[in-house]
Write a new protein. Structure first.
Length: 256
């Protein structure tokens, strides 16, 4: 079985080698459905529809009436999902909440963190601290404590590696890198991109950052001094996703 509704977001769990997707099935369950799919033959860009048995059983268990009557989900659309590649899974939704799941225990925390605004996307930084983008700010979440950084621009996307947090601008040109220290974002520096930014991704070693902008150009920059290593062209429509393979190949995607 798969999703009954459109998939809103996806993340990849490197430990399980599985793609984790989320949607909102308002008609059937009024709950968020989280699905797991093994990402087979990754090197060729193909995906297998065969799921590992244990993950398939977990998914089917979520579909039982008893499970859904007691399932503490967002109750509304999931805007983004992120994993720490261990047992943690974090989702943010249109209810302006952040919720934490345990993959192995198939549970979602009874408590939810109020974000105080509409979340757009989420990523892990530092020691697995969630960083959430809203329409005006970046929020660093540490338990029930939320540290807010007002950005001064509307963000479009986020990429994190260690204590490096990079946020793209939706309307103005460029991206901005911050340092995560003491649960707060500090030391803003600008990455000189000439157009608004729509997607970003760090390389596996964190030394490079790929940035896709409004002109459909991908700039690969050094994440330390921000000099441009190379620029890549070829797309004729907006680039919405970027990914590096473990051996450094860069993949880019756009709407069909």
């Amino acid at each position: 079985m798969g999703h009954q509704k459109n998939i809103n977001c996806l993340t990849y769990h490197s430990g399980l080698k599985a793609a984790i997707t989320a949607d909102y099935d308002g008609k059937k369950f009024f709950r968020n459905i989280i699905d797991f799919m093994i990402q087979a033959t990754f090197a060729t860009g193909m995906q297998s529809a065969v799921r590992p048995k244990i993950l398939l059983e977990r998914y089917e268990n979520h579909l039982t009436k008893e499970k859904h009557d007691n399932f503490k989900g967002h109750g509304t659309s999931v805007n983004d999902v992120a994993t720490d590649n261990l047992d943690g899974l974090v989702t943010v939704g249109n209810d302006n909440k952040l919720r934490i799941s345990s993959i192995s225990e198939q549970t979602i925390s009874d408590s939810a963190t109020d974000l105080g605004g509409q979340p757009k996307s989420i990523a892990f930084a530092g020691n697995n601290q969630p960083v959430v983008l809203t329409t005006e700010a970046a929020l660093v979440v540490n338990g029930n404590k939320v540290s807010t950084t007002n950005l001064g621009f509307e963000p479009s996307c986020i990429a994190c590696f260690g204590d490096k947090v990079v946020i793209g601008a939706k309307e103005k040109s460029g991206a901005f890198q911050y340092s995560l220290a003491g649960g707060e974002l500090t030391n803003q520096t600008e990455i000189a991109i000439k157009d608004p930014v729509f997607a970003m991704r760090f390389s596996p070693d964190g030394q490079k950052l790929a940035v896709a902008d409004k002109s459909n150009c991908i700039s690969v920059v050094d994440s330390n001094d921000h000099h441009v290593i190379e620029k890549v062209y070829g797309h004729r429509a907006r680039i919405t996703t970027l990914a590096f393979s473990e051996n450094g190949w860069l993949a880019s995607g756009k709407p069909v």
